[in-house]
Design a protein around this ligand. Structure first.
Ligand code: NAD
Length: 259
């Protein structure tokens, strides 16, 4: 029996088959879950094509996490696919955006507030937005899992996205505090660098690649999303019933090494 047998999971933030969200949807289906995926705007048509590459083609929802109408309609949209009384057992937040031209790749000292505000809204505040939009239909014991890139230190090129990730990590802890009494767990997976569209859009992010595989005791394959996806699915499963506000590193062990 799969780890997620009988569970219903929404994975928000799937564009390509390189997306971490795609790997999460694939592992979740392999582990017995019924999955819905989402994306927004022009990329939605790509997601609809890519969805066919999953073991079972999932419904694709249009969800811009900065659009209040989309958020307000999310629970109904989920129920349209899963049934009028259906609940969700898991929600995956695999979403981030920061303008690469103004905020990333060495632009830290000049990053304008409007773009920083957008990065924080899309990449951090949206974890709260997504949690609240799905809360009315979350099953007892449900798990919410997001993706971060270790925000405890300053990286080359990551710049304002690092600040947005620090906000995401703090949002994770506060959501755990406020939703724990309702039996909802909220956790993050902190992944090492992976070659996705989001990562390729960060000028200079590839500098981290060589360094990462050299320093990680387990080594690191930046083209393999599966270890990260498996950790997300494990956190969504019943095997972490007493874990919330946590950040699980899936980075080859890089974060624990001094040099
Ligand atoms: P990706 O580009 O495949 O996924 C990011 C997704 O966010 C896309 O599907 C995009 O359309 C979506 N998105 C952006 N703005 C949105 C909005 N307003 N509403 C809804 N969706 C929106 O890249 P990825 O690397 O798979 O990123 C997924 C998550 O993993 C992000 O939080 C990212 O920061 C995190 N992460 C990535 C890496 C890496 O090296 N790739 C490492 C650690 C953490």
């Amino acid at each position: 029996m799969g780890l997620l047998e009988g569970k219903r999971i929404l994975v928000a933030g799937v564009t390509m088959d390189s997306s971490i969200g795609f790997a999460v949807a694939k592992v979740a289906q392999e582990q017995g879950a019924e999955v819905l995926i989402s994306n927004f705007g022009r990329a939605l048509s790509i997601t609809k094509r890519i969805a066919k590459r999953l073991p079972v083609e999932p419904p694709v929802l249009d969800l811009d996490v900065t659009n209040q109408e989309h958020l307000d309609g999310l629970a109904d949209a989920v129920r349209e696919h899963f049934g009028a009384d259906a609940t969700l057992d898991g929600v995956v937040h695999s979403i981030a955006f920061g303008n690469p031209e103004t905020l990333l790749g060495g632009k830290f000292l000049d990053g304008p507030w409007e773009d920083v505000a957008q990065a924080v809204q899309v990449s951090a505040y949206s974890l709260k937005s997504l949690a609240m939009a799905t809360k009315p239909i979350l099953a007892p014991g449900a798990g919410i899992v997001g993706l971060t890139f270790d925000a405890t230190v300053a990286w080359p090129a990551y710049d304002w996205m690092g600040v947005a990730k620090a906000a995401l990590e703090s949002t994770n802890r506060y959501l755990a505090r406020y939703l724990g009494p309702e039996g909802i767990r909220v956790n993050l997976v902190s992944a090492g660098p992976l070659r996705t569209i989001a990562a390729k859009a960060i000028p200079g992010f590839e500098q981290l690649d060589a360094m990462w595989s050299d320093r990680s005791p387990l080594g690191w394959d930046n083209t393999d999303q599966e270890p990260t996806a498996k950790a997300v699915c494990a956190l969504l499963s019943d095997f972490f019933p007493a874990t919330t506000g946590e950040i699980v590193h899936v980075d080859g062990g890089y974060h624990a090494m001094g040099a």
